[in-house]
Design a protein around this ligand. Structure first.
Ligand SMILES: N[C@@H](CCC(=O)N[C@@H](CS)C(=O)NCC(=O)O)C(=O)O
Length: 212
């Protein structure tokens, strides 16, 4: 039995939902309301000591860190594969995923932006400029990493991969929160996701805790 503890608007939850749906796995949801600070409640930090979502509960065991969860899903449920067969391709897909997970996403995280707002007394336009700066910088580099691959319509060829699981939520956040304009190549990936059942099911606005 699989339970995903997540929050509708969280990009790391979004990427985990995409992978679960791509693998065709049934799971139930539990919500941690980040805006209410529920991620810091002991009831949750007992499961994820970092106080961050998501957390995947598998037969009673808590898995944390979305990249590790996605790798676990790939190893335990290899079909459909989310990595290409060739070793060079696998390393490059993981590099695109890491460019999002390690270098873009953490700088736009709630606790980081709240630190800018609070301790550093920055206004909303400065906070948004900070977030946009690192998204645009990261997307420009990812564009070059994509160009080393087999081409579209997904990030790495004809089927969605771990790169799309990471990239699509970041594209959504960039457009939805900061109005970032996507390049044609990134827009192509976003358009593929808009029409794919697993990505539709994983979309923030389609989650049980999303505002109606
Ligand atoms: N590297 C972690 C990052 C998790 C993370 O930053 N989650 C965000 C939501 S996208 C969160 O829980 N933020 C709560 C906070 O900043 O207080 C992962 O990929 O699981």
């Amino acid at each position: 039995m699989i339970t995903l503890i997540d929050y509708w608007r969280s990009g790391t939850s979004h990427r985990t939902r995409i992978a679960l749906h791509l693998k065709g796995l049934a799971f139930t949801h539990e919500t941690v309301d980040l805006r209410a600070g529920a991620q810091r409640d002991a009831a949750y930090t007992d499961k994820n000591p970092q106080g961050l979502v998501p957390c995947l509960i598998v037969d009673g065991a808590a898995l944390t860190q979305s990249p590790a969860i996605l790798e676990w899903l790939e190893e335990t449920h290899p079909n459909p594969p989310l990595l290409p067969r060739d070793l060079l391709g696998r390393a490059r897909v993981r590099a695109i995923a890491a460019a999002v997970a390690c270098d873009i996403h953490p700088l736009g995280n709630l606790r980081v932006l709240n630190y800018l707002r609070g301790e550093l007394a920055q206004n909303e336009s400065a906070v948004a400029a900070f977030a946009r700066r690192w998204i645009e910088d990261g997307f420009a580099a990812i564009e070059k990493l994509l160009a080393t691959g087999p081409g579209g319509p997904w990030a790495w060829g004809a089927a969605p991969s771990l790169a799309d699981c990471h990239l699509v939520p970041q594209l959504y956040a960039a457009q939805d929160r900061y109005g970032v304009a996507l390049s044609p190549r990134l827009a192509e990936i976003a358009a593929m996701a808009e029409a794919h059942p697993a990505f539709i099911a994983a979309h923030p606005l389609n989650q049980p805790d999303a505002p109606r």
